[in-house]
Design a protein around this ligand. Structure first.
Ligand SMILES: NC(=O)c1ccc[n+]([C@@H]2O[C@H](COP(=O)([O-])OP(=O)(O)OC[C@H]3O[C@@H](n4cnc5c(N)ncnc54)[C@H](OP(=O)(O)O)[C@@H]3O)[C@@H](O)[C@H]2O)c1
Length: 295
């Protein structure tokens, strides 16, 4: 089974595997839907069995119980010990009460701690929710300092919101999970992350060959697929890692899960990483949180 490299986070030596399996998008359940969906548990068990150790969940995905079942089930064989897993969850709807939100998530997941706890997005109405970004971050710092989570971070934050946190923070975010792929590179944000030791976790890595296709990268990806004898999916996932990010992907299919993990077996040459970066900048395509980003 592939050994997935890790990146050290700026929080207590915690290490995050460079590729994670996502419980969002395809596995998303509508809010309030309490019926357990066995397909989600089965897919997650398969992901664990083929070798994913990094699992990306969220309160908003409505499927923490399914993720919990997959984690506890003996049919994910051989069973991965908790200490070898990296579990992320996120809060958003319950942003007014992070401590209760975390207790609820831990109960649903059936674990004593999560490795990474993220504020899912910065777009809530601060008056309506009765909590500012600075206060919410302070609450997460409290959870981290009590040892209830191994690391804390944010998702979908821009430089402006990260600066609000930096001005009051005792601990800076370890991770900012954002939509990031060749058609959405945001160099200003990346530079900020690099300057402050924040790891970029890239979601939507396959958008150039899924919702963002066709585009200027099509022939480049085709040529690189031939050069490395790897699929277009693998070229894009590998690009995300060779560009210095953690990559979050998902699939309901075992062969695609294996294909994704097999990116640990090769590496793109620097000039090819740069080529994808350069040609990717010819198109801009955002898929998630479009309304909130107002672009
Ligand atoms: N923080 C946030 O706000 C946020 C937002 C979005 C996503 N995320 C996280 O990131 C994870 C991954 O997001 P994503 O779904 O955008 O990831 P992705 O890796 O870009 O896309 C995976 C999806 O594309 C499909 N796919 C894969 N290869 C394909 C191909 N060659 N042609 C057509 N379809 C293909 C897969 O379907 P199959 O099942 O058929 O393989 C799967 O549904 C989510 O699950 C979630 O954990 C976070």
């Amino acid at each position: 089974m592939a050994t997935v490299p890790t990146i050290k986070l700026n929080h207590g030596g915690v290490e995050i595997p460079v590729i994670g399996y996502g419980l969002g998008t395809a596995h998303f359940k509508r809010a309030g839907d309490e019926t357990l969906d066995p397909a989600i548990t089965t897919a997650t068990q398969t992901a664990l069995t083929v070798g994913f150790t990094h699992l990306d969940g969220a309160e908003a995905y409505g499927n923490e119980p399914e993720l919990g079942l997959a984690l506890s089930s003996s049919s994910s064989s051989p069973k991965t010990p908790r200490s070898s897993l990296f579990i992320t969850t996120k809060l958003y709807k319950s942003i007014s009460s992070p401590s209760e939100a975390l207790s609820t998530s831990l109960k649903k997941l059936g674990v004593d701690y999560v490795d990474l706890y993220l504020i899912h997005a910065p777009f809530w109405d601060e008056k309506e929710k009765g909590i500012t970004i600075e206060q919410a971050w302070g609450e997460l710092e409290g959870l981290y300092e009590k040892g209830l989570v191994k690391a804390i971070g944010v998702s979908n934050f821009g430089v402006e919101e990260l600066e609000r946190i930096r001005k009051v923070a005792r601990v800076l975010p370890a991770v900012n999970q954002v939509e990031y792929h060749p058609y959405l590179q945001n160099p200003e944000l990346k530079e900020y992350h690099n300057k402050h030791g924040i790891v970029t976790a890239a979601y939507g890595p396959l958008i150039p060959i899924t919702k963002g296709a066709p585009g200027p990268l099509d022939s480049v990806i085709e040529d690189l697929s031939k050069k490395y004898n790897k699929s277009a999916t693998q070229i894009l996932l590998r690009w995300a890692v060779d560009d210095g990010n953690v990559v979050i992907t998902t699939s309901s299919k075992e062969w695609r899960m294996k294909e994704a993990l097999a990116i640990t077996e090769f590496k793109l040459e620097d000039e090819d990483v740069e080529k994808i970066r350069t040609v990717g900048k010819e198109k801009r395509h955002r898929v998630f949180w479009n309304k909130e980003y107002k672009e």
